[in-house]
Design a protein around this ligand. Structure first.
Ligand code: GLU
Length: 413
């Protein structure tokens, strides 16, 4: 896999050259402004103490407090976190919400940990990282393998540290604990809104059109439900870490949800045949949703991708070499910065509600989200045409321009 942070820097360099960005502004954006690396001693169920490694990277806060998720993953690295923290700076700018970029993580395997171990790890992370967090400083949220329950433990631990409830310090919380209606499916919903815009631009009819989803966590499973509900699409294949399933007639969401709840995986679902992750990516579908981890569409398989639209619900699923191949094949990519930005947008709504103490109805969240996603989609589309570049580069151009403007106004260059 290419070094994720170098890749992120290369994309910044490319967009900066097109924008003729001031060299000082460019240098400021090439590296995170702050990082905290911590050791987290956690008592495991067997009585032993395990020392986990954790991080928080604050990439840039010129437009507002740092914002971004926390990943719990065995393959976590500081370079992935740095790349994703920079990605959050661009994402919040692209959606034009008054926040900067950050990301955190812990090297751990939540799949092999008990609930008690996960709770102790989550509280330990906040005890260490809490000193650089705050509703006006840096606000974490869920990401790969972190959940609303984990956000709840973290919010609780932070409240103990401060001596009062500060719900706005973390988003993606459960509804009963200062969460926002519509946050749990916001990433997928924002992605579907983008797919609708892309289909309009391409003159593609979504009702009855096929989709494949790689990854069946929060984003992937909700994309299945909402692709059917909002756009009458037919989801023919989905996969998770244990394998994939395929039914050209379409997979029933409710039946599959029950199967996954019972068995822990989509694989083995009775009303479908087995398909490998590799084959799923290469299916002849209208929309392909990579919704899991980084670097799944690479130079090895990009030329076999047959989808008309690739909607990146995951962060960084397409490598730069694959990007060029897809672009030359005329495949419409909805880049991660745009496609999965529904999550952080509703996180921002959650912060606004926490600050005011007044909570919105779910349909109000949906209406506001749709407006934000459409506006961002249009600015990317327009910029891609104006500069004759692909959508990803266009998204970077829009975002970097906005962050640079804020840094200029602050007098940073
Ligand atoms: N982890 C999500 C992302 O990558 C959401 C971040 C947030 O809500 O702050 O955009």
């Amino acid at each position: 896999m290419p070094d994720p942070f170098k890749t992120a820097q290369n994309k910044l360099d490319e967009a900066s050259a097109i924008l003729r960005l001031d060299p000082v502004a460019h240098e400021l954006l090439r590296w995170p402004m702050r990082e905290l690396h911590v050791a987290l001693p956690v008592r495991m169920d067997n009585g032993n103490t395990h020392v986990f490694r954790g991080f928080r990277v604050q990439h840039n806060d010129a437009r507002g407090p740092n914002k971004g998720g926390i990943r719990f993953h065995p393959d976590e690295t500081i370079d992935t976190i740095r790349a994703l923290a920079a990605g959050m700076t661009w994402k919040t700018a692209l959606l034009d919400i008054p926040l900067g970029g950050g990301k955190g993580g812990v090297i751990c395997n939540p799949k092999t940990m008990s609930e008690g171990e996960l709770e102790r790890l989550s509280r330990a992370w906040i005890r260490q990282i809490g000193r650089i967090l705050g509703p006006d400083k840096d606000i974490p949220a869920p990401d790969v393998y972190t959940t609303p329950q984990i956000m709840a433990w973290m919010a609780d631990e932070y409240a103990f540290m401060k001596g009062n409830n500060e719900f706005g310090v973390i988003t993606g919380k459960p509804l009963a604990l200062g969460g926002s209606a519509g946050r749990s499916d916001a990433t997928a919903r924002g992605g579907i809104y983008c797919v609708r815009e892309a289909a309009d631009a391409l003159g593609l009819k979504l009702a009855g059109a096929s989709a494949a989803i790689q990854g069946y966590g929060n984003a992937g499973a909700n994309a299945h439900r909402l692709a059917v509900k909002l756009s009458e699409m037919k989801v023919v294949a989905v996969s998770d870490t244990k394998g994939g399933i395929y039914n050209p007639g379409g997979l029933d969401y409710e039946a599959l949800r029950k199967h996954k709840e019972k068995t822990g995986s989509v694989s083995g679902f009775a009303e479908a045949s087995a398909i490998s992750n590799e084959k799923l990516l290469e299916l002849d579908v209208a929309v392909l949703f990579p919704a899991a981890l980084e670097a799944v569409i690479t130079e090895t398989n990009a030329s076999n991708i047959r989808a008309k639209i690739v909607a990146e619900l995951a962060n960084g699923p397409t490598t730069p070499a694959a990007d060029a191949i897809l672009y030359n094949k005329g495949i419409h990519i909805i880049p991660d910065l745009l496609c999965n930005a529904g999550g952080v947008t509703v996180s921002y709504f959650e912060m606004v509600q926490n600050a005011s103490g007044y909570y919105w109805e779910e349909d109000e969240v949906h209406t506001r989200l749709e407006k934000k996603m459409k506006t961002a989609f249009k600015s990317v589309h327009k910029t891609a045409q104006q500069y004759k570049v692909h959508n990803r580069l266009a998204a970077y151009i829009v975002a970097i321009g906005r962050v640079a403007e804020a840094m200029k106004l602050r007098g940073w260059y």
